[in-house]
Design a protein around this ligand. Sequence first.
Ligand code: GAR
Length: 208
Amino acid sequence: MLKITVLVSGNGTNLQAIIDKIEHKEIRNTELVGVISNNPNAYALERAKKHGIPAKCISPKSFETREQFHQALLEVVNAWKTDLIVLAGYLVILPKAMVEAYSSRIINIHPSLIPSFCGQGFYGLKVHEAVLARGVKVTGATVHFVDGGTDTGPISLQKAVEVKEDDTPEALQKRVMEQAEWEILPKAIDMIANGKIKVIGNKVQKVK
Ligand code: GAR
């Protein structure tokens, strides 16, 4: 069983997709051991509690230093014996020590086709605003492993989504979630849990 801990900051619709697909056995051999939010008001925490999943808020604001916050986060993830950390709309930069300790064992969902519209400052609705401002016709979502950079790690899965002429950032965000994010994040977890993909250098390869 792959033990996953999901890190969130907001609504938690990606978390919900993971919970539902574990319950429906579309994600196999996976146990969701806990959910951590930096934001005490994140609805994602309620979603976890409704399904009997341990849910904790670890906020940087509750600690005197960044180091203390980082240590508290790492301690909980370690205590839950996490095999894979899943960033599902987690908007805090991860501690370097965590990225190193969990090398090739952290994945993130990003709401664009990396390497477009990613990196510092590109998160949530801002991504979709930038997509519409540039006038691209196709966008999408990416699941990637996390390395020391921002959105630079090996890419596991991507799915394209059409941009429509009358899209608003909100409408596009919703379509990218429905058509891409809620599908490829659970799928990537299932593939990792069942030994279907591996990281080789800066690439992800399918295991035959
Ligand atoms: C999702 O669209 C996710 O891709 C994005 O935040 C949203 C969280 O929604 N993540 C980023 O922008 C990370 N750079 P959710 O809380 O409903 O899952």
